[in-house]
Design a protein around this ligand. Structure first.
Ligand code: PMP
Ligand code: GLU
Length: 455
């Protein structure tokens, strides 16, 4: 062993140099990958606020409503839970999820077919990792499916949809995507009510897709994380229509207002248990198991409970009225938009204003969102992030920047047949209305006056 050479007194110790050539040492699949746009816009909005700007944070899609009281109480009671839980999830929770599934869909299942994870996003990543085949994704689409595929090195086949058909993929389109190579293994991701469009499928549309899925033995990942936020409580699912090939995806993040709790779940049909097993094995080598107190509390969330049902009815009433109102505001400003059916997003298209926007130097959805943020303080996301062409002037608005706790209490005080009207929205969701009003004024402003809108 060589003796360390003594440093001459007074000489600073050698600082290690960063000579790792980072790009060359990154897995090529993640070179250039940036943080997810939903999370990045949130951090950017916070930063601008700290700099003193008035920001209308409509970028990140997170429920404004508090977690239902009984579920918070269950978490409090379970704070002491400290042990690792089984990789697949707490048996009591898996059973509660299975019972919920049986009630909702009339499907015979058990807790054995349920997999719990730290957010459904993580489970989707595991699914893409263990599944060998192509990915079929309708666009517009939630921001993370394709980057997950890219990280893993999986091919994505886009299925573009349009506003005229409610941003829904149809059976012929799906058939055409599979026909040339019918035996190729494929995973189709369907998300409804949709992030980012707020539209959803009816039973006939789902049945037609199910028939094609059956024909080509597709695996369907049915992302129903906004299912309970169907504005009229009438969510249809493909699960009972294609039970043998559908994996149901859900969790607490949206309907239960608990995105930060990080609890997601998959329910597998028996014939896809091989995927459950592979994912469980990978989970055991990566996240081990989902937070114990959260899983114990989630048992309460999946109980058949009138108090939670009442919470959901109120949340839906507020979201339905607000979504309708915002869509109307945009239409009156000359912006095309489909009225939302569920969740808390709208996906307006500004192409009717393309000429005026071009004269203001705006030709892409990214430029549109940048300028809106700069000029009005309204933070929203460009259609590009949802798989749309750069030059399509679509954007996603998350109408969630209001105090959901206050709105919920006010809705509770309304009689059951009273409408959530404009006065209610002005009092309890005023920031949303103001933001959309700013967009409406900005879009119809003559060139040169852009910044007047900003405070
Ligand atoms: N799917 C969709 C469509 C989403 O909007 C989100 C956003 N949270 C997720 C999945 C992931 O949700 P989580 O990981 O919080 O369960
Ligand atoms: N799903 C939310 C959104 O689309 C945010 C959370 C996330 O992307 O993980 O804005």
């Amino acid at each position: 062993m060589t003796e360390p050479t003594a440093k001459p007194a007074g000489e600073p110790s050698q600082v290690s140099r960063c000579d790792h050539a980072p790009e060359a040492r990154l897995n090529p699949n993640v070179r250039g990958l940036r943080p997810s746009s939903t999370l990045a816009i949130n951090e950017r909005s916070d930063k601008l606020r700290r700099q003193g700007r008035t920001i209308f944070a409509m970028g990140l899609g997170q429920s404004p409503f508090p977690v239902p009281g009984p579920v918070v109480e269950a978490l409090r009671r379970n704070a002491f839970q400290k042990d690792y839980l089984p990789v697949q999830g707490l048996p009591e929770l898996r059973e509660a999820v299975a019972a919920h599934h049986r009630r909702e869909f009339g499907i015979a299942t058990t807790g054995d077919h349920v997999l719990i994870g730290p957010g459904s996003k993580e489970l989707m990543f595991l699914l893409q990792l263990v599944f060998a085949g192509d990915l079929l994704v309708p666009t517009p689409t939630w921001v993370s499916y394709a980057p997950q595929a890219r990280i893993i090195g999986r091919q994505v086949r886009w299925l573009p949809t349009s506003a005229s058909n409610g941003w829904r993929v149809n059976a012929d389109q799906l058939d055409a995507a599979c026909r040339a190579d019918p035996d190729r293994p494929r995973l189709l991701i369907l998300n409804y009510p949709s992030n980012p469009t707020g539209t959803t499928y009816d039973t006939d549309g789902l049945a037609a897709i199910a028939a094609v899925a059956h024909r080509y033995s597709l695996i369907v990942l049915s992302d129903e994380i906004y299912g309970k936020l169907h504005h009229h409580g009438r969510h249809d699912s493909i699960v009972p229509l294609y039970p043998e090939g559908t994996i149901f995806s859900g969790g607490l993040s949206k309907w239960c207002g608990a995105g930060g709790w990080r609890l997601g779940l998959f329910v597998f049909p028996e014939c896809l248990d091989w995927l459950r097993d592979a994912m469980t094995a990978v989970a055991s080598e990566t996240f081990t198991s989902t937070s114990a107190p959260i899983q114990h509390a989630a048992v309460r969330a999946f109980a058949d409970d009138p108090e939670i049902e009442r919470y959901l009815q109120l949340v839906r009433r507020v979201l339905a009225a607000l979504g309708r109102h915002v869509a109307r505001q945009l239409e009156e400003a000359g912006v095309q938009v489909r009225a939302p059916q569920g969740g808390f997003y709208l996906f307006p298209d500004f192409s009717a204003k393309a000429g005026a926007l071009r004269s203001r130097g705006i030709t892409t959805s990214v430029e549109l969102c940048e300028r809106l943020l700069e000029d009005t303080g309204v933070a929203i996301l460009p259609g590009r992030d949802f798989g749309r062409p750069d030059e399509e002037l679509t954007v996603r608005i998350a109408y969630v920047n209001f105090d959901g706790g206050r709105a919920l209490e006010a809705a509770r005080a309304l009689s059951s047949d009273a409408a959530v009207g404009n006065d209610f929205l002005r009092s309890h969701c005023g920031e949303v209305l103001e933001a959309v009003q700013r967009v409406a004024v900005w879009i119809n402003r003559r060139p040169g006056l852009d910044r007047v809108v900003q405070d």
